[in-house]
Design a protein around this ligand. Structure first.
Ligand code: SF4
Length: 441
């Protein structure tokens, strides 16, 4: 069967890309693959025009240089999360290979079961014939008209250094190209076929170039043709992964999964959004985690999201916790039901995010007493969080105070959550819950 559409090639007359497409078609036919189980991933450049030529297979057209990464993700998702069995092929050119070089090496290192067909015409064709990292010394391009004076990358050496399982170098005109592509596709691991070809739009007019000269140019650089690497000692990444993480018996789908065991009562009838804000290093996210864990112990569904600046150990620390009696399909908090502010850093961040302006109509604000003057009168419950507790437990004290005032959860659920989370300072956290529950504004 043919996989190739009966339509004109979208390339310049004589462009090597058309030859490669035909040889790929032959290889797929020889392997007897089901087109519905083949995925062809491309990116930018003339090579990327190949998608419509293979209408019966799945095609993914992604951003420049990322085709190998996208395809590697598809391979692993298929092998580890679905039934497996898809055949994944990447078709890229000089740009895709060099912009995405680390993706290629990473896929080779991991031995992702993927075949990459690198169309090496030694320049960037689509953008005007500029030189690339694959342009040989002496080769003229639109940006190296006198001849390139920088040596070209050697993909074979790169593959060797990346422990790649299979590497072959061929000319697009080689009779055996279809066989080599078929062998690469059948190889159980990462396979790269570098196909040297002519860009008749730029490479040929700027150089004395034909197929023979192309081979001679590569050989002058010390490059050799044929299958150069074929390693049987490496297993594909997904097989190693599965060995380390065996598949467990599938459970029921999420929608019908039994609710977590309910050890404590709650009074929630709708979703509740809580923002806990304070300073980095002052256990703000631990306070949020205690609230989230207590919610789970009370049979609720829960989502916690944390935020902090890149400096990690300075500035603000903030958590959003959403609790609900039903599965949470939207995890955002558009209008918080409670904003807990344990420090000046937290107040600045909450103001910057406009959480107070967006507070729900019956929303609660609990703020450390030292900051009360920075909020409009009557707006917040000011409690001596930092002076009664410690800086490290002020946020948890605010959580305990919220729970005590609203009654949405039991205080004992917070204590059980502290125990469940464990840690060497569980005693101090328990004390903070007990003390925070009794605070008054
Ligand atoms: S510009 Fe070069 S690479 Fe692009 S289609 Fe034309 S010949 Fe092929």
């Amino acid at each position: 069967m043919t996989f190739l559409a009966q339509r004109p090639m979208p390339y310049c007359r004589g462009c090597g890309h058309g030859l490669v497409a035909r040889r790929l078609d032959e290889a797929l036919g020889r392997l007897g693959l089901d087109p519905g189980r083949v995925v062809l991933t491309t990116d930018i450049g003339c090579v990327g025009l190949v998608d419509p030529l293979f209408p019966a297979v799945h095609t993914v057209h992604t951003i420049h240089g990322r085709s190998t990464a996208v395809a590697a993700g598809a391979v692993l998702a298929d092998a580890l999360c679905a039934e497996g069995g898809l055949t994944n092929i990447v078709m890229l050119g000089d740009g895709g290979a060099t912009i995405g070089l680390l993706h290629l090496t990473q896929a080779a290192l991991m031995n992702v079961d993927l075949t990459v067909l690198l169309h090496n015409n030694m320049l960037f064709g689509m953008t005007g014939g500029q030189h690339s990292a694959l342009t040989p010394e002496g080769f003229a391009t639109s940006t190296t008209l006198e001849g390139n004076w920088v040596p070209a990358l050697d993909m074979e050496q790169i593959l060797r250094g990346s422990h790649g399982g299979f590497f072959a170098r061929q000319l697009a005109t080689d009779r055996e190209l279809a066989d080599v592509i078929a062998e690469a596709i059948a190889f159980p691991g990462f396979a790269l076929v570098e196909i040297l070809e002519l860009c008749t739009g730029f490479g040929v007019p700027l150089n004395e170039l034909d197929g023979k000269a192309l081979r001679a140019t590569a050989e002058a650089e010390g490059k050799q043709f044929g299958v150069r690497i074929r390693r049987a000692d490496r297993r594909p990444y997904h097989a190693l992964y599965r060995e380390r993480f065996p598949v467990r018996a599938a459970g029921p789908p999420p929608a019908t999964r039994a609710a977590p065991a309910r050890a404590f009562a709650h009074r929630l009838t709708r979703a509740l959004g809580v923002i806990v804000a304070g300073s980095a290093g002052e256990r703000v996210q631990t306070a949020a985690a205690v609230l989230a864990q207590a919610a789970v112990l009370s049979g609720l569904c829960c989502v916690q999201k944390n935020d902090y600046p890149v400096t990690v150990g300075s500035g603000f620390s903030l958590s959003e916790v959403k609790l609900a009696p039903e599965p949470i399909l939207y995890t955002g908090i558009d209008a918080a039901d409670a904003v807990l502010i344990a420090s000046a850093d937290g107040l600045r961040e909450v103001k910057g995010r406009r959480d107070l302006e967006r507070l729900a109509p019956a929303g609660v604000v609990i703020v450390d007493a030292s900051l009360a003057g920075e909020l409009p009168p009557g707006r917040a419950l000011a409690a001596p969080l930092r002076s009664t507790l410690t800086a490290d437990t002020a946020a948890l004290g605010a959580v305990a105070l919220l729970v005590a005032r609203t009654g949405v959860l039991e205080r004992d659920a917070l204590l059980a959550a502290v125990d469940a989370l464990g840690g060497k300072d569980a005693g101090a956290l328990r004390a903070a819950v007990e003390r925070g529950s009794t605070l008054t504004g």
